[in-house]
Design a protein around this ligand. Sequence first.
Ligand code: PEP
Ligand code: MG
Length: 320
Amino acid sequence: ERSKLKRITSATARTLDTERVFIKGNIELPRDMQGVREVEADGVGLFRTEFLFMGRDELPDEDEQFEAYRSVLKALPGKPVTIRTLDIGADKALRGMEVHGDQNPALGLRAIRYCLAEPRMFLTQLRALLRASHFGQLQIMLPMLATLDEITQSLAMIERAKAELRAEKVKFADGVPIGGMIEIPAAALSVGLFTRKLDFLSIGTNDLIQYTLAIDRTDAAVSHLYDPWHPAVLMLIHRTIQAGNRAGVPVSVCGEMAGDVANTRLLLGMGLRDFSMHPTQILEVKQEILRAHTGELAVKVGKLMKLDEPDKVREAIQRL
Ligand code: PEP
Ligand code: MG
């Protein structure tokens, strides 16, 4: 079975009805690029940069970050590499970090909220990213967006970083796409705002499920209630993909749901054409995509989305 999967490594991911599907890798550190290259992924859909910052006392400065981002871009020439700005806080805390609102860190000062509260730190990362953009096909992705104000402030910070670099005569690529993660129900429910302001979207199902169902993703006591197939979760994912497709704004899924083959047909039927996952899951998902017919799946998923009883939803997904 392994060697059979190996044979599709170089195959372009196309469904039976010739829809092109992009399968990208998630990484946490530059060294993970080896795994991405081995399976000939279509790019990097999520580089969780906070791992460069965690488990150490001194935070990486602009040059250290620049080197890390450039090495990732250079490892995958000609393919899009999506680097997420810091998603610090809650399940990804810095050493010695004051736990803000420690009663409820997942609802506290994390991710984009933390970056906007620490503009120096954010600007340093944005400068390092833009400098690296000269060496490949960079896309910058903002985590945990909930409001228009966060988008506006983040875009202004990116403009500020560009203005600084221009004044210093430092090279960077023009028109680096700026995208945002849909991980909070409020974002999925106001997705039109996001498609108008951003160049691409990526659904972070790990957090979207946590926030939709009020299940702490790190709490074993409620892990049995963490259900990617809850009809409310499916509704938010479906809505986001459809809105993106209608607006011509690419949408991907980079949460764990994308890498589980049990969801491949479901997500294709919802209209998803861009998946990002741990590199070790890519070939298995690709095999499922090569066997799928999106036209047929779209009809079945359209019907399934009208169900609201969990057992019936589950059964319908398993029958896809
Ligand atoms: C997610 O929330 O689904 C996601 C991809 O981000 P992370 O798991 O890093 O929070
Ligand atoms: Mg997340």
